[in-house]
Each structure stands twice: as structure tokens, then as C-alpha cells.
Design a protein around this ligand. Sequence first.
Ligand SMILES: NC(=O)c1ccc[n+]([C@@H]2O[C@H](COP(=O)([O-])OP(=O)(O)OC[C@H]3O[C@@H](n4cnc5c(N)ncnc54)[C@H](OP(=O)(O)O)[C@@H]3O)[C@@H](O)[C@H]2O)c1
Length: 315
Amino acid sequence: MKAAIIYSYGSPEVLQVAEVARPQPKADQLLVKVFASSINPIEWKIRKGMLKLLTGNNFPIALGFDLSGEVIEVGARVSRFQPGDWVYACMDQLTGGAYAQYAAVAEKVAAMKPANMTHEQAAAVPLAAMTALQALRDKGHLKPGQRVLINGASGGVGTYAVQIAKLLGATEVTGVCSGKNIDLVKSLGADLTIDYNQQDFTQGTTQYDIVFDVVGNCSVSACRSVLQPRGIYVTTQPSPGNYLRSILSALWPAQKFKVILLQSKHEDLQYLKAQIEAGNLRSVIDKTYPLAQIAEAHTYAEAGHTVGKTVMIIA
Ligand SMILES: NC(=O)c1ccc[n+]([C@@H]2O[C@H](COP(=O)([O-])OP(=O)(O)OC[C@H]3O[C@@H](n4cnc5c(N)ncnc54)[C@H](OP(=O)(O)O)[C@@H]3O)[C@@H](O)[C@H]2O)c1
């Protein structure tokens, strides 16, 4: 089968589409014929070697976490799926392996694909939307009636976060984005928008119950003034300093500082599927690329201006 792999860390050109052995599913895995995958910043960060303390030097390394496709084979202990099912998933292997014609995916990180989405739309969802859900629901403890700010509302995580904040009951969602993306962010349900080129949201007078810093570029001390006295700040950046801040902030009852680290879960994919099928959640797709153009796709995504998601068409 064809798969995008790297033999060394580096620029997008290290990505090669090579002929590799089809994976064999273990007892708790599905073998999925992948129709579409999508790109998340973690993948270009792995490709560049930014996480090599974790990912090591055991090349070749296969990349890609998100996929949508058809179950071809199931392991002996799999109970929820059967061959022929259309599923979507966020792989839980350390470096992934979804930029490939076939992937062996643990049953616990897959769910049936939302029926009203194409494979391209479904492949955009898992990593980004689960991150948004877990950040707002599990870290932010979002309650109906709250006021939420999403910094980075036009990107992969942000486009889902705006919609999920509304469906969890936020009465006022503010999306921080550039001027060109304001109409999109409003169309996703944001009540208010702030153009980051015109205004620094940390200098505003509104106090939010939750600030979800998807971009991860605002200083914690600056954010404090725009958080309610018991407000919660959630960042996507799992640095040692941010973990230390989160441990310290847990020690007293005032403003909390939290780090989201996505855990791929069948239950959350099921929840997202239900919301998508109810018409409460959609994918925003910026560009699509065939697998052969994976280097171009990474170059585009790494520039940091993706509107929604960049999707790979595999089949
Ligand atoms: N910890 C976790 O589990 C986890 C999970 C998922 C993602 N992440 C991290 O979260 C970050 C965001 O991920 P993503 O998938 O959303 O990235 P992304 O799709 O690449 O984000 C691109 C978007 O960010 C916007 N943006 C850039 N600078 C901005 C700024 N200063 N203020 C507001 N918006 C800005 C861009 O809009 P413009 O073009 O208008 O600038 C663009 O629409 C990445 O660092 C990623 O690694 C962490």
C-alpha cells in the first residue's frame, strides 16, 4: 500500500509517498481502508523533529492521526464494528499512520462516520473537534449561560470550538480572528468577534468565564484581567511551564489555568457524530490535496493560516 512516511526529520520535502506493508490489525483493532485524512499542527511538528524526545529516531516514521474510511477487517476482540462499516477515528499510535491507504486503528478510538458528512468532511473532525470538546467541557467545565472567548477561532480547533461552545450552552461566544475570517466565525455561531490585528483582547473590559487560547500566544498575566474571578483559562500548549502553572493554580480557588492534552475516545466521537447529524456542528474545509501532494499540504498547513482544516484525499 502507499503511505506518507519520513526517513529523517526536516522540511516538508522529507515526506515521501512510499510502498509499505499493509498493517495487520491486532485483536482490538480494525483494518480501515482510508478514504480521507486531515492535517493537524502536531503532524508537521513531529515531521520537523520538534517532538523527537518522544518520537525517537526509529525511521521510517508514518504520520497522520485523523481518518475516515471503510472497515476491511476486524480483530478477534472487536465488538462494535464489522467489515463494510464506514468509520472515522483519531489514531492513538505515537506518530499516527493515517496518511496511508490502510491503517490499523484501535476500536476504542473509532466511531461510525457521521451519516450526513462526506469522508473528507468527517476526516477533518476527530483530533480538532475532540480537542475543542475536551477543552471546553472537561477543562473549562462550560455551563449554560457562560461567556466564552476563543482565541484562534478560524483554525482547525477554533472553528469547532466556536460551535461546541454554543451547543454546550454558552450565551455569549467571542471569536478572536483576523478581519478576513470574521464573517466565517460569525457564521459558526460567534456572537462577537475581535480582529486580532485591530485589538488586543487582553486589553478589553469584558470578563469571560472561559478563555480558550487555541493559538497559545497570550501571556497568562495579561489574560487574568479578562477572566472572571473564578474563570478558567485553557491552553493547547503543553509546555513544562504551562503544566507548572496549572498545578499551582489548582492549589487555590481563584482563577484556574489548565492545559488540554487530547485523549482520543470512542465516546467523544459518538457525541460529535450525534451533534453533526443533528445539524449542530460542521467542518470548515480550506483546501484538499491528494496523498501525492502531502509535502505541499504540509507547507500550506505549517504557514499557520488554514481556515478550518486541510484535508488529504487518499483513495
Ligand atoms: N494539546 C493538544 O491536545 C492539542 C490538540 C490540537 C491542537 N493543539 C495545538 O493547538 C494549536 C492550534 O491548532 P489548530 O489545529 O487550530 O491550528 P491551525 O488550524 O493551523 O490554526 C490556524 C489558524 O490560526 C489563526 N491564527 C494565527 N495567528 C493568530 C492569532 N495571533 N490570533 C488569532 N488567530 C490566529 C489563523 O488565522 P489567520 O490566518 O487569520 O492568522 C488560522 O486560521 C497548535 O499549536 C496545535 O499544535 C494542541
